[in-house]
Design a protein around this ligand. Structure first.
Ligand SMILES: Cc1cc2nc3c(=O)[nH]c(=O)nc-3n(C[C@H](O)[C@H](O)[C@H](O)COP(=O)(O)OP(=O)(O)OC[C@H]3O[C@@H](n4cnc5c(N)ncnc54)[C@H](O)[C@@H]3O)c2cc1C
Length: 499
């Protein structure tokens, strides 16, 4: 029998694992955070460049994690709200993601719809915050970089990890560590998933994309630009985003027949970038910072909760990058799970209720993953039409969209990540019959920002009483609250205990 050494082990220090470990620590839960990346162990950023678009909701989650985290991200990042869609050389339409947003209240710090920030910066800032919580007299996070999980087993009361740690002078040693819960945030190729004989299943899109980060001084505005069939890259699509440090992310659709190794060569990338600059009339030198060729898949695990082992982020689900839903949804997984695990691990929480609360993480985030996959699949199908009839449809929609607003809603260059509305949840209480509410945005299952978020609480706004979960979701609402009904809804929101 292995001693249970810690309440929670988080495997993977990507955006999901870091967010979760910090959130748990802030709630007083001791966490071991394990990551095998040798570069990170040496204090270097993770290799390459992955996510760049971080959504308002993600910034709001990070705002709650202390260390001025949200502000650091915004200060370094490039905020943007406007997107433009082009067909060949002409603009078809533009959109503003903040249009119609409610005025920020005096208390709220309104975040932009998106910032663009290299994932390694986001990870660095999150790691700094985790290090703060790992120091002091009673550290809450035990950070183990350069430690790789090799396998996992579990029984009814604990999960046991076999780990190999590699020191700076490349000496390896093996050890086992056990905990009441393990959260697998170990990415799309999750070792833990494989070790448990589980799978993430879905659909791979038969197309390839060259994704290049280019350093240059260019006059493009700080907006998202998407071209269908541009003259500088005919019959394909191109996406342009500004990042910090004068770096620009350019995604070139290549088609399924493209040779990834050839396309990755600088001598083949440079003419593609030059053609874009020539067409835009920009005379500027540029430097290739990083490039890779990708094929994307949408997939998810059947269930995210497997007894003592819980899956989150890319380990649990995957989407194509159009819509920026990968890291953003991983952060929402972390937010959903942290308060539930903290409640479960509190001394007074009855063991028999654990599975109810954990199951709600599973059902809520599996629903969110399905929604993300649906949106991402639709975007990818529009961007990479696979049949002649799909091409004809897309062309007709894009032509109509120049003049007719109705057609713009059919153009899909990536529906961008927002907080998922939860139409149902085992933690939510339906409206009382006869209650009438004017504000549809504040439905049960919406995320709201009425005031700073803390534990589950009851608040009143505009004559409506709301029960707000720690993650900002409305769990119930009433025109005329009755104490017994409020208490019952509160208990339900906490997995059936009085909280
Ligand atoms: C080109 C590209 C562009 C993208 N753009 C966006 C975007 O704009 N917005 C967005 O939201 N998403 C985007 N994504 C997706 C985003 O990068 C991922 O969804 C995100 O990295 C998932 O975070 P994660 O923490 O779940 O997993 P990861 O970031 O993959 O982190 C997993 C961590 O686990 C560690 N690990 C793995 N195995 C082990 C092991 N056995 N033992 C110990 N540690 C282990 C790894 O070292 C790693 O640090 C993009 C992806 C790509 C490829």
């Amino acid at each position: 029998m292995h001693p249970v050494t810690v309440p929670v082990i988080v495997v993977g220090a990507g955006p999901t694992g870091l967010t979760l470990a910090i959130d748990l620590a802030q709630r007083g839960v001791r966490v071991v955070l394990i990551d095998g990346d040798a570069r990170r162990a040496k204090g270097l950023p993770s290799a390459g460049s992955k996510a760049i678009c971080f959504a308002k909701r993600t910034l709001e989650v990070w705002d709650k994690l202390g260390g001025d985290l949200g502000q650091r991200m915004v200060d370094k990042g490039v905020p943007w709200n406007v997107g433009r869609v082009f067909l060949q050389g002409d603009e078809v339409y533009s959109f503003n993601l903040q249009a119609g947003a409610t005025e920020p209240s005096a208390q709220s710090s309104e975040r932009p719809a998106f910032i663009n920030l290299q994932q390694y910066y986001a990870e660095e800032f999150l790691m700094d915050r985790a290090q703060e919580l790992a120091s002091g007299d009673s550290p809450l996070i035990d950070i183990r970089l350069g430690h790789t999980v090799k396998s996992i087993t579990q029984d009814g009361s604990q999960a046991i990890l076999a780990v190999t740690s590699t020191s700076a002078d490349s000496v390896s040693s093996n050890y086992e560590i056990s905990s009441r819960y393990v959260v697998a945030c170990d990415g799309s190729r999750s070792t833990i998933r494989r070790s448990l004989g589980l799978e993430s299943q879905g659909r791979t899109f038969q197309d390839r994309f060259l994704i290049a980060d280019v350093r240059m001084t260019a006059d493009f505005p700080t907006e998202r630009w998407f071209w269908f069939d541009p003259p500088f890259h005919p019959n394909q699509s191109v996406l342009l985003h500004r990042q910090p440090d004068n770096v620009w992310r350019i995604d070139f659709q290549l088609g399924w027949d493209a040779d990834p190794e050839e396309e990755k060569k600088p001598e083949n990338i440079r003419p593609r970038v030059q053609a874009l600059l020539d067409k835009a009339g920009m005379k500027t030198e540029f430097e290739l910072v990083w490039a890779s060729v990708y094929t994307f898949a949408c997939s998810r695990m059947d269930k995210f909760v497997h007894d003592r082992v819980i899956f989150a982020g890319d380990a649990a689900h995957g989407v194509s990058p159009f819509g920026a839903r990968g890291a953003n949804s991983g952060v929402q997984d972390a937010e959903n799970l942290a308060w539930k695990l903290a409640l479960i691990l509190s001394p007074s929480f009855p063991r028999r209720r654990e599975s109810t609360l954990l199951a709600s993480y599973g059902s809520e985030r599996e629903y969110a993953a399905d929604d993300n996959i649906k949106q991402s699949t639709r975007s990818t199908d529009f961007i990479t039409p696979k049949s002649e009839i799909s091409h004809v449809f897309r062309r007709a929609v894009l032509d109509l969209a120049r003049q007719h607003p109705f057609a713009r809603s059919l153009v899909n260059s990536g529906r961008l990540s927002t907080a998922t509305h939860l139409p149902s949840s085992p933690l939510h209480t339906a409206d009382e019959p006869g209650d009438v509410f004017a504000d549809d945005a504040m439905r049960v299952g919406s995320v709201v920002h009425i005031e700073s978020q803390g534990d589950t609480r009851v608040i009143k706004k505009d004559d409506v009483t709301y029960l707000i979960r720690p993650d900002g979701y409305i769990a119930a609402r009433w025109n005329t609250p009755i104490a017994a009904l409020v208490q019952a809804a509160l208990d339900k929101a906490c997995g059936g205990i009085t909280c």
